[in-house]
Design a protein around this ligand. Sequence first.
Ligand code: 1HE
Length: 261
Amino acid sequence: MKITKSVPETLQIREEGDILWVGLNRPDKRNAFNDELILGIETVFENIPSHIRCAIIYGIGKHFSAGLDLSELKERDAVQGIFHSRMWHRVLEKVQYGAVPVVAVLHGAVVGGGLELAAACHIRVAEKSTFYALPEGQRGIFVGGGAAVRLPKLIGMARMTDMMLTGRVYQAEEGERIGLAQYLVEEGQGLEKGKELAQKIASNAGMTNYALTHVLPRIADSGQTEGLLLESMMAAIAQSAPEAKQRLKDFLEGRAKKVGE
Ligand code: 1HE
C-alpha cells in the first residue's frame, strides 16, 4: 500500500525498499510548522505501508526546522491553545508510537517544535551544523509539542530549564555529548548515516523493534515493580516468536554475525 492520502507539498515522501524517507519541504520558511505540515506528518505516520520497516525524517534546505510557524500564532484563547497543543501531542505520539522506528537526521536549526519532533523520534543523527534551542522562553510562550515531557528524559530537567530561561543554544558537538543526538557526523553525511542505521533497524525481528519503540518507553515511565514485570512479559513474548528461535539457532550453528560484525 502506498501513502496515497493527501500529503501536502511541504512533505516529500519517498520509499526506498523497506525504508520511508520523510523530507520536511518548506525550505523558504526554514521548515517552520504550519498546521498543514504538522497534520501532514500525522497522515504519513497513520498510513505507513506494511512493507516499510523504518522511517527517516530530515529537513530539506539549510535547516531541519525552525519550529512552530510564528505567523500562524495568532491570538488564540486558552481553549484554542489547549486544542492546538493537544493536536501536536497527538501527531508526535503517532511518530513515537507508530508502526516503525524513526530516525531523525538533523542539520542547521533544530529549534522549538523542530526539537520537539526530533525528540519524538527514536534515534537522532546530527550533522556538524546542527544547533538546538528552545526560543519559546524568549518569545514569551511555553513549549506545547511534548518537549516538557520528552526533553528532560533526554538531557535532564536542569538543562531544559536553562535552555528556556537563558535562551542557551547547544551546538552539535555539545548536543551529542549531553544526549540530544546519539550520532554526530560530518556535514553532508547525515542522510547516509541515517540510511545505514535504518537498514540495521529494518533487519531486526519485528517484535524486537516493537518492544523497543512501544514497550521500553512504557517501562521507563512506570515504577520499578511494574516495570520489571512488564520486562519479563515482553522478554517471554519476544523469545517465543518463531523468528527469535530461528535467529538463536542461526547463532548457535555459526551462521549469525558476532557482536560488532
Ligand atoms: C519563520 C520561522 C518561524 C523562519 N515561523 N516563519 N521558532 C523560532 O523562534 C525560530 C525563528 N527563526 C529563526 O530564528 C531563524 O529563522 C533561523 C535561525 C531558524 C534560520 O535563520 P535564517 O537566517 O536561515 O532564515 P531567516 O532569514 O530568519 O528566515 C527565512 C524565512 O523564514 C523568513 O521569511 P521571509 O518571508 O522573510 O523570507 C522568516 O520569517 C521565516 N521563518 N522561522 C515563521 N518559526 C508546538 S509549540 C512549538 C513552539 C515553537 O516552536 S516556538 C519557536 C519558534
